[in-house]
Structures are given as structure tokens and as C-alpha cells.
Design a protein around this ligand. Structure first.
Ligand code: DAH
Length: 385
């Protein structure tokens, strides 16, 4: 049985030898551990406060060392302690897991287990908490997401909830239910990206990338009976060539409110309030006649230029007004698709609106190129963090 020798030579070579002897002694004792009781005996022999081998090393090697050798011996003893504790921990694992194994399994298991556990434990002890930590840069909301959430928040305060729909839509949802009749020229204005190979399907079932968030109006009216107030944020696609103001992918927020006695005044009041929240309470709004198949009447909403206050500047092209979104009273033909779900155009009415998120973000933050949103350049993005 190993016992701790007194040292009279504290040279590095002598210390190496003494430590080497101790290590091989412990290796042998660990590999003889077969049971819980074996492990307990081992633990007491090596780690007992009074007269365990680690304590003896402390007394006989470290405390007895001459002044000049103290530093070196201290360091070695510390390392050795960690290693001994790791070994004994490994032996515990062995004691717990060894017996159920077959002889064949036992053969390789011991060595591998002891080695793996010892290494893991020693590595853990080497953790140097004085080293600087790893700083992970904090992420932030993309300006498109930030603006979308801001818009949603404004409408949430007015009682609107959020509805979503798929980006791959059928012709029915994107066009037919929005009152674009088949082959109607209004479809051409949408630069639709169609999915190929759908010719064998009826037109209404053919798939396309939604060109606007308006189909979510249909999905919302299928799901919920009136009264309804929803906003639908999301990504839309058009076959546009990218430039400073066009992108084949962009985002919209759609809105829909249907109830008894909803009037154009409600639409005006709602959007006027939303624009003041978004751009500041000084802005004024005005409504221009426009056309969308799904609203009647339809309007484009303009706000007074929030940069020059309406005097005329480059942002508003000297007009004093900026065009921001489309809206209108929901076309009775659109409501009629959902007559059986409570949307009888004789009984309820509603308004709808749709706005481009990138356009609003560009105006709000003074961004002059829509492509910047999609390049993922951190120098651009971090300005909105
Ligand atoms: N869907 C239209 C577009 O993408 C925007 C729009 C206009 C939505 C008027 C509406 C609306 O709900 O009432 O150009």
C-alpha cells in the first residue's frame, strides 16, 4: 500500500518522481474499485481531513518545504489535489455502473470511464474566472419589424387584434374574394408571381405569392363573425425590379373593421388618429378619391409633410403632402362572400386599409433606399437598435 514519503530533495526532478509515484498508486487503487464500499474506503483513505493522504501531502510536502521551494511545491500540490479528487469522483461513477456490466463490457469500460471523467473534472478546475468574458453583441429589432410593431400597437389600443395568413395564397384569396374578377385588368397592376405548373387546376385554386395582405381580410371573415376589428401584418411579393423605391419583397399592414353602422367618418377618424400617433400630433390628413376593387368608395390617404410641416421640401416633392396608404369602405360584394357568417351587406358595413411598412419606415427615419432593409448590413441596422 502506498504511503506518503517524507521529502528531503525538493528539486523539480525529485518532485516529479514523488508525484509520479503517488499518481500510479492512485491509478491502481481506483481500478480495483468494484463496489460502493470499495469507493468509500478509497475516499476516506485519500480525502479524510485527519490523516488522509491529501492532508499528509499538505503537511509533509508543502508545509515542510524550504522557503525557496514553497511556490513550486504549492502549485504542484494544488494540481495534484484536483487530479486526485477527479479520480475519486471517477471511481464513484465506476462503482455505481460497473457491476451491471458483462465481463466483456467491463474490460474497456473502466479505462475509458476513468479517463473521460478525470479529464472533464480537471478541465473544469482549470476554468480561470479572471479572464474577460465572451461578449455577445445584443440583437435588436429590424426596422421593418419595429415599424410593424409600432403600427400594430397603435391599432391594438383601439381594440384591433392581429390576424395572419399564408404568403403562398390561392387565386381565390388573393384576387377573387377581393373582387378582382377572373381576367380583370386590375390583376395586371399587381405584378403577380405565380407558381408554375398549376394549369390543370381551376383558376381559383392556383397558387401564387400573395401580392398584398388583403386576402387576410377574407380569412378573418371566414374565421370570425362580425363585429370584427383586425390588423394583418405580413410579407408580400411582386414581380418588380429592385431599385431605390421598389423591392420584389416588402411588407404591409392591412386593417379591417366591420360592424353595424360603420361609416366613412369612422374610417377618417381612425386613420387620422393613427397617422398622428405614427408621425406626430401636428400632422393633418386628407383623403383623395382612388380605386380598389375591394373597396367602394376608395381613397388614398395623404398626410402633411412632417419634415417641412406642409411648406414644401424635397421629401414631399414640394407639394407639402405625402401619400401614405390606400383605404375605403368594404365593397358589399366582398362582404357578400361571407353572408352566411354574418356579413350581410344589408346589415353590416365596414372599412379597410392597407399600408406599406417599408415606405412608412423610410419616411419616418429618412431612409432613401428601400434595398437597405434587405441587405442585412449591421452598420445600417444597428442605427435602429
Ligand atoms: N391591397 C392594396 C395594395 O396592396 C392596399 C389596400 C388599399 C388595402 C385599400 C386595403 C384598402 O385594405 O382598403 O395596393
Amino acid at each position: 500500500m502506498y504511503s506518503v514519503p517524507k521529502l528531503d530533495d525538493y528539486s523539480p526532478a525529485a518532485l516529479d518522481r514523488a508525484i509520479g509515484n503517488l499518481r500510479s498508486a492512485l491509478e491502481q487503487e481506483v481500478s480495483a474499485v468494484k463496489s460502493e464500499a470499495d469507493h468509500e474506503a478509497l475516499r476516506i483513505r485519500w480525502r479524510a481531513r485527519t490523516n488522509g493522504i491529501l492532508t499528509q501531502i499538505n503537511d509533509q510536502w508543502l508545509k515542510a518545504a524550504p522557503k525557496e521551494a514553497k511556490r513550486d511545491v504549492g502549485q504542484r500540490v494544488n494540481e495534484l489535489k484536483t487530479w486526485v479528487e477527479a479520480k475519486i469522483e471517477a471511481a464513484k461513477y465506476l462503482a455505481d455502473h460497473f457491476e451491471p456490466l458483462s465481463d466483456e463490457e467491463k474490460a474497456g469500460f473502466r479505462e475509458r470511464a476513468i479517463q473521460a471523467i478525470t479529464e472533464a473534472r480537471v478541465a473544469r478546475e482549470r476554468l480561470d474566472i479572471t479572464l474577460p468574458g465572451i461578449r455577445r453583441p445584443l440583437g435588436a429589432e429590424h426596422p421593418v419589424v419595429k415599424t410593424t410593431n409600432e403600427i400594430i400597437g397603435i391599432f391594438a389600443k383601439m381594440g384591433y387584434s392581429v390576424e395572419t395568413g399564408p404568403e403562398i395564397e390561392t387565386d381565390y384569396y388573393n384576387f377573387e374574394s377581393m373582387n378582382f374578377p377572373p381576367n380583370h385588368p386590375a390583376r395586371d397592376t399587381q405584378d403577380t408571381i405565380f407558381i408554375a405548373g398549376q394549369e390543370s387546376k381551376p383558376q381559383r385554386d392556383r397558387l401564387l405569392l400573395r401580392t398584398h395582405t388583403s386576402p387576410v381580410q377574407t380569412r378573418a371573415m371566414e374565421k370570425h363573425r362580425p363585429p370584427i376589428r383586425v390588423v394583418a401584418p405580413g410579407k408580400v411579393h411582386r414581380s418588380d425590379t429592385p431599385d431605390a423605391s421598389h423591392s420584389p419583397i416588402f411588407h404591409q399592414v392591412e386593417g379591417l373593421a366591420v360592424d353595424t353602422n360603420i361609416t366613412f367618418s369612422d374610417l377618417k377618424g381612425t386613420l387620422d388618429h393613427a397617422m398622428k400617433e405614427l408621425f406626430g400630433s401636428d400632422v393633418k390628413t386628407r383623403f383623395f378619391p382612388s380605386f380598389f376593387p375591394f373597396t367602394e368608395p376608395s381613397a388614398d390617404v395623404q398626410v402633411t409633410c412632417f419634415k417641412c410641416g406642409g411648406k414644401g421640401c424635397r421629401l414631399c416633392k414640394m407639394s407639402g403632402w405625402i401619400e401614405l396608404l390606400g383605404c375605403g369602405m368594404v365593397n358589399p360584394k366582398v362582404l357578400a362572400f361571407h353572408k352566411d357568417n354574418g356579413y350581410d351587406p344589408e346589415k353590416v358595413s365596414g372599412f379597410a386599409f392597407g399600408m406599406g411598412v417599408e415606405r412608412i419606415a423610410m419616411l419616418k427615419y429618412g431612409i432613401d433606399d428601400i434595398q437597405l432593409f434587405f441587405h442585412g448590413d449591421v452598420r445600417f441596422l444597428e442605427q435602429f437598435a
